[in-house]
Design a protein around this ligand. Structure first.
Ligand SMILES: NC(=O)c1ccc[n+]([C@@H]2O[C@H](COP(=O)([O-])OP(=O)(O)OC[C@H]3O[C@@H](n4cnc5c(N)ncnc54)[C@H](OP(=O)(O)O)[C@@H]3O)[C@@H](O)[C@H]2O)c1
Length: 282
């Protein structure tokens, strides 16, 4: 990696930050494209996020990513928001503008959709049936916005805590969003073109997601945004019954592209070698 006195600077703010794969990911691209730049982990406690974001222009940073638990705070703190951040209600990418003000963007929905498109077979069509989205947390908001923008004819949203799903649909105010009871998740799969898990179930250290897939059409695509493990119990069960799957790692890789492009001036590629690199040592 080349880092001179003129290096372009960016990083990721989180608390804790040691588990983040973003430095590995951006570091790989900086190296691959021979860019004089650095992308560093920034451990910022919640009571210092405002101070840290405001310091970016003074330190000469081009911007940063923002991760747990700062995405909602960054949404409130930046000077302007792009359309995705405004609709999702959270910021994951910050740009320092030439006048020193901060623009907040959200690229999680973009990453989700790019990953789905890259992983789905050519014959799969988001418009061919409803999408079933499990979960209504921060990530579900990004997924719902992406699917609405991609032309999903309907989204069935199911969350353990129904009120949170209702809040999400009320915020997005799109008649294609429908809330169903968590207990009805097996029946909700009838006629679906897509099943998305955005809950934490199936993640390392968490129990598998409990769902009976027998009503899911064989043509439906199944994706899990959890990527540790890469093949979650849900993705394994879907594969076992013949459904096509897309794992969640690509969402992480693709959401990083717009930030990298804005800070370092190159639109980077997501490749198998990058997947192996990011999965590797962390
Ligand atoms: N691939 C990527 O790039 C990417 C990006 C973002 C997030 N993620 C992953 O996506 C997952 C969710 O992230 P998030 O930020 O949306 O988290 P979050 O805001 O904390 O939401 C967690 C979701 O999981 C549900 N949940 C938790 N325990 C459950 C249980 N026992 N049974 C059923 N549902 C349960 C919650 O339901 P309640 O509302 O009822 O609590 C909620 O819908 C995490 O694993 C995260 O690592 C991946």
């Amino acid at each position: 990696m080349m880092v001179t006195g003129k290096a372009l600077l960016a990083g990721v703010m989180g608390w804790p930050i040691g588990h983040s794969r973003s430095p590995l990911l951006h570091g790989y691209w900086l190296n691959q494209y021979g860019i004089d730049g650095a992308y560093v982990p920034l451990a910022v406690p919640p009571d210092r996020i405002e101070q840290a974001l405001r310091a970016l222009p003074a330190l000469g940073f081009r911007g940063c990513n923002v991760t747990v638990p700062h995405k909602e705070a960054a949404f409130r703190l930046v000077d302007r928001l792009d359309d995705s951040a405004r609709r999702i209600g959270a910021v994951n990418t910050v740009l320092v503008l030439p006048d020193g003000s901060l623009e907040g963007r959200n690229t999680d929905g973009y990453g989700f959709w790019q990953n789905l498109q890259a992983g789905a077979s050519a014959g799969w069509d988001v418009g061919s049936g409803a999408a079933v989205v499990l979960g209504a947390g921060g990530a579900a908001r990004a997924v719902a916005v992406a699917l609405l923008d991609a032309g999903a004819p309907g989204i069935r949203l199911l969350n353990r805590t129904r009120a949170r799903a209702e809040e999400l649909t009320s915020d997005l105010a799109d008649p294609r969003l429908q809330v169903l009871d968590w207990e009805d998740r097996a029946e909700a799969l009838q006629g679906a073109a897509l099943l998305v898990n955005t809950t934490t179930q199936g993640m390392q250290g968490q129990p598998p997601l409990q769902i009976d897939l027998s009503s899911l059409p064989g043509t439906a695509l199944v994706t899990d945004i959890v990527y540790t493990p890469l093949i979650t119990p849900l993705l394994q069960a879907a594969t076992d019954r013949g459904n096509a799957i897309v794992d969640g790692l690509g969402m992480l890789l693709h959401q990083a592209r717009p930030g990298f492009h804005a800070w370092f001036g190159t639109d980077p590629q997501v490749t198998d070698a990058l997947r192996r690199h990011v999965l590797g040592p962390v």
